[in-house]
Design a protein around this ligand. Sequence first.
Ligand SMILES: [Zn+2]
Length: 426
Amino acid sequence: MDVGNRATRLKPDTDRLRSDIEALSGFVDETKPGWTRRPFTVWYDRSRNWLAERMREAGLTVHVDAASNLIGLLPGSDPSLPPIMIGSHTDTVTGGGRFDGIIGVLAGIEIARLLKENGIALRHPLEVVDFTAEEPSEYGISTVGSRGMVGNLPDEMLERTDASGLTLREAIARQGGSPEKLAVQARKPGSAAVYLELHIEQGPVLEQTGHKLGVVLGIVGIHRYRTTIAGEPNHAGTTPMSMRRDALAGFCEIGLAFERLCKQTYAADVVGTIGKLTNEPNASNVVPGAVIFDMEIRSLDTSVCEEIYRAFAEEASQIAAARGLDLRLEPLSKSEAIPVEPKVKERIYEACASVAPTAMLPSGAGHDANQIARIAPIGMIFVPSRGGRSHCPEEWTDFEDVAAGVEALARAVLSFDDAPAPGGEA
Ligand SMILES: [Zn+2]
C-alpha cells in the first residue's frame, strides 16, 4: 500500500486544533486556580459531553466503558484485526494547564476527521480514548481509567473514599462507568494492535535542543528509598565540635555523595532526587539528632537504579561510620520501566522525522501508556513544553508544534495500519 502518498494528504488543520484546545481547556472549575478540571466533577462532565459531540462529528461511534473511559470507535475494513488505539486524558491537576493530556485526545479526533475528509479507510479499527482520571485523584490513585481498562483496578482501590466519603466505585458509576463489569470487560494482551499517545514533554529537552518532536524511548522505572541517620541531639552551645554526632551535617555529606553518584555516566540516563527531609528536633539551639529523608532514582534501565543504590549504601555507611552516626536504609517502592519495542520506536521515528526535527528521549513521568503496556505495544510522541513547564497555568506548547505532533501521529497510524503485526516483528 502507498503509505507515503496517503500520509502527505493527512495535514492537520492548525486553526481547528487551536479552537478545540481553547474550547476544551475552557471547561474549568472557577473556584480553583489555573486551568483546573478535576475528574468526577461537574466541569469534567461538561467537557466530556463536549468531547463526545466532537467524536460523533468526526464519524466515531461513542461509548463509555466499564471504567468510565470515553471511547470513540471508527470501524476498519478488516474486522478480524485488533484496533489501533490513540489515547490520553482530559483531567488536570489542581492549578494545571491547557495542554497536558488534552492534546492527545484531540489529536485522535483530528486524525479521525482527516481520514474521513480524505476518504482514507484503515484496515484496523481506530479507537480514540479519553482515559478517566489520569492525574493523581482524590483516591490517591492515578491512571484510574487505563488501570480499569486492563483489569488492574482491584477492589481495594475501588473501595477507597474521597473526602466526602464517596467510593471510587461510586464515582466511576456516576461518570457513566459500570464497575460491576470491570472484570468481564478487562482487555487481554493482544487486544489492541498498538497504543499511541501524543503528549507534551513536560521537560526542557526538546526546546533546548531545537527539536520539534520527541520519540519516547520508554517510560522510566522509579525506585524510592527512605534513609534514617541517627546521631545525638545535644546543646548547640556547650557541645565541642569534636564531640558531636550531628545527623544533619552527616546528611549534607551523604546527600552530596548521592548527587555525585547520580551524575556519573551509566549504561542509561538516570536522575536522582532527595525531595523530602525531616530534621529532628529542628531547633536552632540543638545539634540535630536525626535526619530522615526519601530519595528516588529514575531510569529506563532499572539495573542502573540498583547499581546506584548499592554504591550509595556503601558510601553512606562509610560516611556515617566516620562520623559516629547510625544509618538505616529501607526500600519504599519500585516501579518497573516500560520499554518501547525497537520496531515500534523505529516506525514512530520514521513518521516523526518526515514531519519535523526529531529527538529520542525517555519519559521521566508516568502516563496511561504505563497501564496499556499490559495489553499492547506502546509508543509515545512528545511535543515541546515552553520553558519545560507543566502542571501549572503557564504550561504552553505552540499550536504549530501541536499540529506537527498530530501530523506525525497520523503518519504513524498509517504506518502501523500497513504493518503485518505492529510491534510483533523481529
Ligand atoms: Zn498527562
